[in-house]
Design a protein around this ligand. Structure first.
Ligand code: BTN
Length: 328
């Protein structure tokens, strides 16, 4: 049995048992390993910040856990249908999206989740970097295998945006807005970013990786100096630290719920939920598409995720990429 896997199994036993003592004998029998091996892994858990008391003739008792996103902790009490049935954790990796793509290519089940405490090469959109310091934020990527055409895959970006927005409100009470196509804003500052990557052929999607980065407890000095867009974190906004574990679990639940809805009812309820978070709906905007400028009223989202603009001169334009600026 792999070392981390035994540690995970011991942690899962503690978290599943509730506020009780587990004897070394009991753990040893349930997991089929020696008491010495159990002692070694309990010591490792303590080093990670788990407070586990040992009382002679009663056994071990988990008193408190650190805010770490170990798979057993993320999965404890996670009553989802699909998302999070498998969780892979890295203390540091280059990018969770890269790890998730690899797992997907090797046949990982739909709903597999990759989480990292830090990323050395976190990927943003348009080849940009996503700043990913350790111990403060959430960096996660989820493998999905929807039966859809590649042209529909953008729909899942809007699904992740709604899930992130709902989780932020649920955990902190703070309301956020969305910026087309895939930013989450708090008072006009970026609080989360989404990078969905697709593996597909003309006839259909092999898999989609939903990459989600949320600035939870980042401090001002941890943001890079060369940010293209003003950014913030929930800690900076509210003054209160956010429990990463609670946030990650709620996000996986929201994603699961919205994905089940999407599978049953298609894109329409997702589109409506996203449009409700979109402050520019109905507003007059200017869209700069790399030099070509369109001016019109925002009418909503198309099936393929394009922004629909009712042009001032008449007619409707579908926008696939561009910078949107409100005009009034
Ligand atoms: C953006 O707004 O530019 C998208 C940022 C996406 C960042 C997340 S963090 C988890 C996942 N892994 C990555 O390398 N990127 C995404």
């Amino acid at each position: 049995m792999a070392e981390t896997s035994l540690r995970e199994q011991i942690l899962a036993l503690f978290l599943g048992a509730g506020d009780v003592f587990l004897s070394g004998e009991d753990i040893s029998q349930r997991l089929g390993v020696s008491r010495a091996a159990i002692w070694k892994h309990i010591s490792q858990l303590r080093e990670l910040g788990y407070t586990i008391e040992a009382v002679p003739s009663r056994g071990y008792h988990l008193l408190s856990q650190p805010d770490l996103l170990l798979p057993a902790a993320v999965q404890a009490g996670l009553d989802t249908r699909c998302i999070g049935q498998r969780v892979e954790y890295f203390t540091e990796t280059d990018s969770t999206n890269v790890r998730a793509q690899e797992l997907a290519e090797h046949g990982a089940l739909e709903g597999t989740v990759v989480i990292a405490d830090s990323q050395s090469a976190g990927r943003g959109r348009m080849g940009r970097r996503w700043s990913s310091p350790a111990g403060v934020n959430l960096y996660t990527s989820i493998v999905l295998r929807p039966r859809m055409l590649p042209t529909q895959a953008a729909q899942l970006t809007f699904l992740s945006a709604v899930a992130v927005a709902r989780t932020i409100e649920q955990v902190t009470g703070v309301k956020v807005t969305v910026k087309w196509p895939n930013d989450i804003l708090l008072d006009g500052r970026k609080i989360a970013g989404l990078l969905n990557e697709l593996s597909a052929e003309m006839e259909g999607v092999h898999h989609v990786v939903l990459g989600i980065g949320v600035n939870l407890n980042m401090t001002a000095d941890q943001f890079p100096d060369d940010l293209r867009y003003p950014a913030t974190s929930l800690l900076l906004h509210t003054g209160q630290p956010v429990c990463r574990l609670e946030f990650a679990q709620q996000l996986l639940r929201q994603l699961d719920e919205l994905y089940q809805l999407f599978l049953r009812q298609g894109f329409v309820p997702i589109r409506l939920a996203w449009e409700a978070l979109f402050e520019l709906l109905g507003r007059t905007v200017e869209v700069d598409c790399g030099g070509q400028i369109f001016v019109g009223d925002v009418a909503g989202l198309a099936e393929d995720g394009a922004l629909l603009l009712d042009l001032q001169g008449g007619g409707r334009q579908e926008i696939y990429a561009g910078d949107v600026t409100p005009l009034n």
